[in-house]
Design a protein around this ligand. Sequence first.
Ligand code: URA
Length: 436
Amino acid sequence: MQVVLTRETDWEGWRRATRALVLTGVAPEKITWRIGRVPAPLPEAQGTFNVPRNLVEIAALAFQAHARDRFDRLYRLVWRAHHGALPAAPQDDPALAEAQALAFAVRAEAHRMRTHMRFMPVEDADGPRFLGWYAPQHHVLEANAQLLARRFPDKRWSILTPEGSAHWDGGGHAALRFGPGARGIVDDATLATWWDAHHAALLQEAVPGSSVPEAEALDEAPRPPDLPPLGPVVLDLAPDPAVHRAAVEAGQCRRCDLWQPASQTVFGEGPAGAQVVFIGEQPGDQEDVIGRPFVGPAGQLLDRAMEEAGIDRRTIYITNAVKHFKFTPRGKRRIHQSPDATEIQVCRFWLDVERVQLAPRLLVLMGASGARAVLGRPVTVTRERGRPFALEDGQTAFITVHPSYLLRIPDPAGKAREYRAFVEDLRRVRALMEPA
Ligand code: URA
């Protein structure tokens, strides 16, 4: 049985086919999924069909992953759920856990796209347009474009990626159009030239429509296109080459035992010229799976607070005192455990590499472990937070709380109060970031 989807993100097509095939009893191994122009006929299906909510949420995101076999893998999960053979919790089933990891990766990449993309103002025949360029690792253009259209209905913009483009001319929902991709763009100069040469044809070919769900998980505030730019338009915030080499080397780090149970080393990330380095404790569960710092719940809270404080995450470097996730397994769950003083000391090797290579002006130490890593002594965050102080090497340090601390506060009023204090601290950081 061949199922033909019309494109990589034909979520509606996949859902329709999955419903028809599961209900008519077509087993996963009998199906070949492919992308093509002409959809193949599906069997007539009768009856009802229930898929657990968490599986739909995972599938909606994992469907946007750049993984060849995802149509089949997700179908198998739905098939098993329909036959009562799928546990509810991802930790109880390797295939479901893998799909969840894909979903996390998609969400992180969608988020990364929104925080890394800058918009460049251009003019076309109908007036000003904002032009963004990004090469996503997953198929997240459509979901992000829908989100952007909803948040900024009055702007005119285009987003170019190697695989496709999205265009918004303001007005009703039908104004969101998708067209061919744009290859060969490497920097802002080539973006402008490429746009001049190709935009008329690109806009002409673009057609309405996307079936990708606007997953709640993707629904975070994107960066408005008209934020005052912090500097020139930067399209590629490339990492420092020496930091990049260190990150590759750290992938094999055996300086302590934390590498063993962890999935991978999670090194810092940020552009070569970053003047500010944010230092947390260690990667969490989601960071360990995805391989990037601060992409899980604490990272999302930090992003929100940074945005409120006027700090552009794309311009800072963010890392951790310890580069592996330390945890205790409890059943199928992995419970976070803080690193001890020796682990922080041993991993300082990598933090020093990051500091020496980037030579930032300011270090923001989030929480006791980040502070200990830099200061080499125990720190009571509540006593020392909120003011800058000079370090021996000429850098400035600033201590604040760790965003995970805010997540753990049970009472809503206390949580809101502490969040405001955190944003206040970040505003002070923002002020310290201004050129002297
Ligand atoms: N907490 C941290 O300290 N670092 C991360 O990367 C994520 C959560």
